[in-house]
Ligand binder design. Structure first.
Ligand code: ZN
Length: 319
C-alpha cells in the first residue's frame, strides 16, 4: 500500500488555526502555551539520539535571546504553539557553517542538556509529526531572514499576522511566505530507472533527477524540460506521486513518475556528473554487494521514499 502522506516533513501535529493569528499576543499568555526554539535553521531537541522537539514555556530564559516576537504556529489540541528564533546567539563552541549533512549539536547555556540539531542531519531519527512541525517554523524563519526589505519599494518591512506576513509601511505592500516548487521524478524506461548524480554530492551518491519549476510551467512540462536538459532523454506521460515540504531553504518537492520515450543519455555536465539506467534487480543487488558502487539517497528525503516504494512494487504506475 502506498500512502503518499507518510513522506517525512509532510505531516505535523499542529492545527494552524489561522483565524487566531490576530490574537497571538493573548494566546502567548495562555498557561498551556509552549514554544519550540530555532537557531540558524536548527531546532532544539530533548534527546540527542532519539530527538523529540523541546516545547518550552514562554518565560523560559533561552527565549530571551529572540530578537523578534514568536511565530504563532497554531494549536495542539487546545494548547497554543509558538516558535522563537534565537539566531542572534553566537555559539562559542561550534559556530561553523553547515556542510552537506550537519550532524553537529549546539548547546545553549540556558537550555540544560537540550541541543540544537539540523533537521536534515537528524532526519533519519526524527519523529514524523515533530518533523512536520519543525519544518514549518524553519521555512517561515528562513523566509523572514531573507526578506527583510520590501520587494516593491526597498524599504524595511516588518513582521505581521503573528509571523505569517510582512508589511511595508512605506508603500503599503503585503508580502507572504514563499515556497519554490521543485519537480523530482522517477523516470522509467521499460522497467529501468534513470538515476544521476550532481557534482556537489558526496562520493558515490546517486538519486532521482530534480529541478526547479519555472514561471509559466505546469508540473508535467517542468518534468519533461528538466529530464531532457540534464540527460537528453525525452519524456511522454507524467503523473503525480507525492510531495514533501523541503525548506532548505524554501522548496516544495513534487514527486512524479515519468515515462521515458528514449533511453540514450546525453549529459549536461554542469548539472550532472553521471547518469545511468538501472533495473530493480540491479539496484537491489547493490544493497547486498560487498563493495557497492552506489550510495543511496538519504533516508527521509522524498527521493529515498519514492525509490523504496518503487523497489517494493508498491507504486501502481500505468507503465
Ligand atoms: Zn514597500
Amino acid at each position: 500500500m502506498f500512502d503518499s502522506e507518510t513522506v517525512l516533513f509532510a505531516g505535523g501535529r499542529i492545527d494552524r488555526a489561522a483565524h487566531l493569528r490576530m490574537r497571538a499576543d493573548a494566546l502567548l499568555a495562555d498557561p498551556e502555551a509552549r514554544s519550540m526554539v530555532m537557531w540558524r535553521g536548527k531546532a532544539l531537541f530533548e534527546d540527542d539520539a532519539a530527538p523529540r522537539l523541546a516545547w518550552l514555556p514562554p518565560d523560559a530564559p533561552i527565549l530571551g535571546d529572540a530578537a523578534e516576537p514568536p511565530i504563532f504556529l497554531g494549536l495542539d489540541g487546545t494548547a497554543p504553539r509558538f516558535a522563537h528564533d534565537i539566531s542572534g546567539w553566537a555559539d562559542p563552541v561550534a559556530d561553523a557553517a553547515p556542510g552537506f549533512a550537519d550532524t553537529s549539536i549546539n548547546r545553549h547555556p540556558a537550555a540544560g542538556g537540550l541541543g540544537f540539531q539540523d533537521l536534515r542531519g537528524a532526519m533519519s531519527r526524527l519523529d514524523p509529526t515533530d518533523a512536520g512541525d519543525a519544518v514549518t517554523a524553519k521555512g517561515i524563519f528562513g523566509w523572514h531572514a531573507s526578506h527583510r526589505f520590501c520587494a516593491r519599494c526597498g524599504a524595511p518591512s516588518r513582521v505581521a499576522q503573528a509571523g505569517w506576513q510582512r508589511v511595508c509601511d512605506a508603500c503599503g505592500g503585503s508580502h507572504f511566505p514563499r515556497t519554490d516548487p521543485v519537480v523530482i521524478m522517477l523516470v522509467l524506461h521499460r522497467g529501468r530507472l534513470l538515476m544521476g548524480r550532481s557534482p556537489a554530492w558526496p562520493e558515490g551518491m546517486f538519486s532521482l533527477l530534480a529541478g526547479f519549476m519555472e514561471p509559466g510551467e505546469s508540473i508535467e512540462a517542468a518534468v519533461r524540460r528538466e529530464v531532457i536538459e540534464e540527460t537528453g532523454v525525452r519524456v511522454g506521460r507524467v503523473g503525480y506521486l507525492a510531495s514533501q515540504p523541503w525548506p532548505f531553504p524554501a522548496s516544495l518537492m513534487i514527486g512524479c513518475w515519468a515515462e521515458a520515450l528514449s533511453d540514450e543519455i546525453v549529459l549536461d555536465p554542469v548539472e550532472l556528473e553521471d547518469a545511468f539506467w538501472i533495473s530493480r534487480e540491479g539496484l537491489l543487488a547493490e544493497r547486498t554487494a560487498e563493495s557497492p558502487r552506489l550510495r543511496p539517497a538519504r533516508r527521509g528525503a522524498i527521493a529515498h521514499f519514492l525509490i523504496e516504494h518503487w523497489l517494493a512494487g508498491r507504486l501502481d504506475l500505468p507503465l
